[in-house]
Design a protein around this ligand. Sequence first.
Ligand code: S3P
Length: 450
Amino acid sequence: MKPQVFPPGRTARKRDMSRTIHVRKADFIEGTLTVPGDKSVSHRAAILLGLAGGGQTAEVRNFLHSEDCLNTVKAMQGLGVSIQRPDLTTLHIEGAGDRLIEPRKVIDCGNSGTAMRLLAGVLAGQGFKSQLTGDASLCSRPMGRVMKPLTQMGAKLVSDKGNDCAPLTIHGTPLKAIHYESPVASAQIKSCILLAGLYAGGVTSLTEPVQSRDHTERMFRYLELPLVVEGLKYSIRPGVLPKSKNIMVPGDISSAAFWLVAAGAKPGASLRIEHLGLNPTRTGILNVLIRMGAKITEKLGADTGHEPMGSVEVDGAALKGVTIEGKEIPNVIDELPILAVAGALAHEGVTVIKDARELRVKETDRIAVMAANLRAVGVEVEDYEDGMAIRAGAKLRGAKVKSHGDHRIAMAMAVAGLFCEGEMIVEDCDCIDTSYPGFEADMNKIVIRK
Ligand code: S3P
């Protein structure tokens, strides 16, 4: 395999690059954990309950208290929604219904593509002007994918720099209903159009090429919005406000993924994760790890009313390389950095990731950054336009690597450090707080060193 020149990833945070994580090899991995609330569900809970009518207050429990999700809370507050936070992970939301107000400030979505794309859908059809911005990483990610369908609906939104990226200025205006065939399997595009459809002049519909995560559809149904799902076609009738109902956010399987791989790849390890979201559009990581040889037991528990939740037990094994491609990709899209690490930790074979071009437009170019970081610790990696191939069996040696401001890169490399000879130093780790506050503390709970 030919080494490739490393194209620099986008850097999310310029302001504070101080937090560095040092990780040494683990002797054992064992225990029981719960992980913080699901990021996708938390964003949607804050937005949809903010749009609820009826003047009632709903409670969100286990809300993800990460920077990304708290930015969405601030955005909704700026639009006139009353949100109290009686403790770290609880929100009390009294929706503004159809009385959202013009925000006094530019809405800062920080690092969050979900916040920006979903809010663009909400704001396009309001009777006022608004502006959306974000950090350097977010302002270099493609917004044309939501600007195009919104513009077809009659929305007046412009990319301030004319490059189809944020900052975006939105002149709210009445929207018309369209049918849109999304070329990309993206829950963010789907959710943006469905949210805009709440304010359109008729039934708005869209199709997606492959099933993407379905949290929006579940929450629309739970909050009694008139959504129709026929296969991969979604239609929404306007003029109905979400009901105000309590929401329990399950643990985020994308955060659990780091420990599932750490334990799954370590023969003799045994780990249990409780209160975990087990939505089938997100559990692809479990299927991949089972194919690689890990022993995994999934137990469904109490339903939250909108999302399945339960526990997962994993027993580690000598893993083997597998292929991850096609329809499975949207289901594991956020787990591909840590699955690339799993491929490196496998004892035999090559892990091939294909059809994952979307990785190039995440918080960083995750193909380029993961390939470079894995090579830095001694792994043989080939990277190509829509994925990478990772050869198993290398002896990993600790190195100094950069996250490039990408939370999932930082955490994936920290987990790789649990398997390295010598110390792994991961630089620029403040970004971890965008999705997993308490990551290092959780690592210390399950890692045992002699
Ligand atoms: C998300 C959807 C995914 C995912 C992101 C969260 C969501 O993005 O990568 O972290 O909450 O809708 P795409 O749907 O654009 O692939």
